[in-house]
Ligand binder design. Structure first.
Ligand code: CA
Ligand code: CA
Length: 203
């Protein structure tokens, strides 16, 4: 191998390393229509009063209240911390002039902007979400534990088929990998996945 080939290879490896650790968003104006339907489903979950605007109160306070209905208080506070942080990172940030109320169009606009967050940080959020609902700390979500996650997301659909779609190895529990991969696909994949029911459904 010539030194030029070697340098090219090293550069390629370096670029791939950067890609794998840093590209979370590179979609400015390029969300697929399918991906936008996923964001809309989440938006509608959070927009409890259905006025077409998601406020910080709905995003943080009302979701925390729902969490308090189904989780011990310290776990509900963990949810509160995660969602307060998520609102600052993805919604009310420098790109939206720190606004605290969003129409759906506002939400898409700000979510399509590249923000400095790594894929590791993103998957850490999903792991923390998993841990918050793993009430008995056994590293698995039973259908009962997962149903609490769905409750916070105002799911109205039958739980078993949703659980079955996430339980990829069909062993009757969700391990962290099953949950985290489904949650990350929901937020970051442009195309359909059978696991996209992870945050439940509303009819
Ligand atoms: Ca568990
Ligand atoms: Ca499983």
């Amino acid at each position: 191998m010539s030194s030029i080939q070697l340098i090219s290879l090293l550069l390629l490896v370096a670029v791939q390393a950067v890609n794998s650790s840093s590209i979370v968003k590179n979609y400015k104006g390029k969300f697929t229509s399918y991906r936008i339907t996923k964001f809309k489903a989440f938006f509608d979950i959070i927009d409890v009063d259905e006025d077409g605007v998601v406020t910080e109160k709905e995003f943080v306070d009302l979701t925390t209240k729902r969490a308090q209905n189904v989780l011990p208080s310290w776990r509900a506070m963990a949810w509160n911390g995660m969602f307060s942080n998520a609102f600052r990172v993805w919604w009310s940030n420098e790109y939206s002039n720190n606004k605290t109320a969003f129409t759906f169009e506002d939400m898409i606009r700000v979510h399509e902007i590249d923000i400095p967050i790594t894929t590791e940080e993103v998957s850490q959020i999903s792991w923390n979400m998993f841990g918050t609902f793993d009430i008995d700390c056994d590293g698995k979500l039973t259908i009962d534990e997962y149903s609490k996650f769905l409750f916070v997301h105002r799911n109205t659909a039958e739980i078993q088929p949703i659980f079955g779609a996430i339980d990829q190895n069909a062993n009757g529990v969700l391990d962290a990998e099953e949950f985290v991969s489904a949650y990350d696909l929901y937020w970051y994949r442009q195309e359909f996945s059978t696991t996209d029911v992870i945050i439940g459904k509303r009819y």
